[in-house]
Design a protein around this ligand. Structure first.
Ligand SMILES: [Zn+2]
Length: 288
């Protein structure tokens, strides 16, 4: 595909999008009108990948045939609504990775792009037992409906604050929760904090495994950015006494493990349920 200069430094955002699970989906402010409540399901890449689009002069077709004004996603997008296209690209890359790692299992998740101002019910409960709600700041996986809710505003913030790899790595982290769901290990509401922490660290590892795959595919430019990994990790690490995400060392270790050793190495974090089994876990609460 085109030049996709992923900055590994930004990849260490590694999903985990800092909201604690109890507040995964911030309380909705006002119900959006039906016209605003656009929830765009990402198209199935297999069903839509076709001949490269013929783009206007000065534009370039990405791997989906979507015309973009730049060859490098870094700095390419100029408004938050453009994240819809970027989400499609990220999903395609993640599902390609899934197909390569688990050729006999359908590891595709459903991805829903929550446009600015949209809100609504998820299939999951929140950490307090109420109905989880999605909004434009969501970045979370709901095991009940097997959907990743991707809020336009969060995706835009990760893109603008950290770079093009950040939102995609966040998606890969959430997809890691989908793998956990397929393995039957995501029932967060019933779990102890240590279990949740292990799952989050494993999701960081899955994100790293995706990053390693992307690097081997030649769709990222990691070398220049490796030096920045540590500093960015310090921004996103979780040090609180009730933390549910890894601290600095844990996140670096998990991401690096996946990056260097692949997704099967991530099994060590939740050893009783290897990724990926096909057993379904139809209940659970939303996972950030
Ligand atoms: Zn997570």
């Amino acid at each position: 595909m085109g030049v996709f200069l992923l900055a590994l430094a930004t990849m260490t955002l590694a999903g985990c999008m800092q909201a604690p699970s109890e507040q995964i989906t911030p309380p909705p402010t006002a119900e959006a009108s039906p016209q605003q409540a656009v929830l765009s399901e990402v198209l199935n890449p297999q069903a839509t990948t076709g001949p490269a689009a013929s783009c206007a002069p000065g534009q370039f077709a990405d791997s989906r045939g979507i015309c973009l004004p730049c060859l490098d996603y870094e700095g390419c997008f100029t408004k938050s609504s453009d994240m819809y296209y970027f989400l499609n690209t990220g999903v395609e890359l993640i599902h390609r990775f899934g197909a390569s790692e688990f050729p006999t299992v359908d590891t595709s998740a459903k991805w829903l792009f929550v446009r600015t101002g949209a809100t609504g019910d998820e299939g999951c409960t929140d950490g307090a037992g109420g109905r989880a709600r999605y909004n434009d700041k969501s970045y979370e996986y709901c095991p009940s409906d097997r959907r990743v809710y991707v809020g336009e505003q969060s995706m835009w913030r990760y893109y603008t604050d950290h770079g093009d790899a950040a939102p995609i790595v966040g998606l890969a982290h959430e997809w890691g929760h989908h793998l956990q769901n397929l393995a039957g290990i995501v029932v967060r509401a019933d779990h102890q904090r240590e279990d949740i922490l292990a799952q989050e660290i494993q999701a960081d590892c899955v994100a790293g495994a995706w990053g390693g795959w992307a690097n081997r595919q030649g769709i990222m430019d990691a070398e220049d950015d490796l030096k920045d990994v540590g500093s960015l990790m310090r921004v996103i690490a979780d040090f609180g006494p009730t933390r549910q995400h890894g601290d600095l060392d844990e996140r670096i270790e998990a991401f690096s493990t996946g990056y260097a050793q692949g997704v099967t190495a991530c099994n060590k974090y939740v050893p009783h349920a290897p990724l990926v089994q096909t057993a379904a876990s139809p209940s659970g609460s939303t996972t950030p």
